[in-house]
Design a protein around this ligand. Sequence first.
Ligand code: ATP
Ligand code: MG
Length: 417
Amino acid sequence: MEIKAIRGFNDILPDEIGKWQFVEKNAREVFEGFGFSEIRIPILERTELFSRGIGEATDIVEKEMYTFTDRSGNSLTLRPEATASMARAYLEHQLYTFDPVAKLYCIGPMFRYERPQKGRYRQFYQIDAEVFGVENPMVDAEVIVMLVRFLRRVGLEKLELQLNTLGDRNCRPRYREELKRFLMNKSFQLCEDCQRRLQTNPLRIFDCKVETCQEAIADAPKVSDFVCSECQKHFDKVKEYLEMAGLEYILNPRMVRGLDYYTRTAFEVVSYQLGSQNAVAGGGRYDNLFQEIGGLEIPGIGFAVGMERLVSLLPKDKVFVSYPHLFIAALGEEPLKEAYRMINQLHLDGIRAELDYEGKSLKSQMRRADKLKARYVLILGEDELKRGKAALRNMGTKSQEEISIDKLSEILKSKIL
Ligand code: ATP
Ligand code: MG
């Protein structure tokens, strides 16, 4: 029986990879321009890092983690997100002793046991950026500006930036109680999951997709009406700085984000081209995360971009694949050997060159050159080779000229590079 990949785990094939590389390259360029450095963190962590960091009563920890016991009996989890690991690394290596402000980004796969569907997989890629050590709302705005610049630079349009504030340890508990009281009267309308959420984490009911739950919560009190004056001031500044940067946003008082550790600023970028899984990126401030994982009191803010969703939104007319500059169609044993020698030199000269290893007919080699979308084909026969010549064919215009073999690299460079 043929072995297939696991459901929700995707291969990213060569004809798609150009898009991924394009996105990653732009992320690095934009983020590094904002003073961020890359960090690479392990894919496996102790389960506690996530259960404590993300929060026991979240969807991720309750039902989406890939957790297993290793041969020594340790409970380990495939990372469902990167923020907690990045915070752990910052504490573990005491990066704050070098500079209390750390601007970090990370690109890689995350794992969540979710129901696979379009835009939702069990292994998916995120680009993550985090700033640790700054409470000033200026950095909230800066991080959001960086995210939007990046998304626009790769060509995304019709984006909407949604913004909310979630309050903090001082004011959110009162909101929670108020929300709970409001929903208690409607608990008969709630799905089984939300009945439980009502006790453990009522804010999560906002994220429930069940229609009756959405109806129940439609007129619920808004968190923004309950935030304390400190949080309100912070949020006002975030908005002011976004406006200074010329960024438009809409306030969405129902956007609460799934993770427990968020405080104050929460944001999402949604695309109306995406259908129901419409969030391309999400993030927010988390001033309690570090304490949850046993560290100091350090503020943080960041976001994660979903790469599958982002890649699916890239402009359709843009070419992301690098086609060969040249295909050498060698006819006969000596020409093939010569082609091999030429290709080695061409590669050193920065020219993408291909040949046919099998010594097939000219017709079949031309077909292959066409399929590979080579821009030029060099036809190299025994007789021409003896004269030091070959025919160079432009596959676009179909025009053909005879050239000296020793001038090939020079000629191609003038045409291509
Ligand atoms: P959603 O509400 O779509 O489940 P989330 O709040 O769980 O998103 P985050 O944890 O904030 O998502 O992750 C940030 C981004 O990662 C999302 O906006 C989305 O683009 C992407 N993402 C999250 N989960 C998945 C998944 N299972 N498959 C593909 N992309 C995902
Ligand atoms: Mg989710």
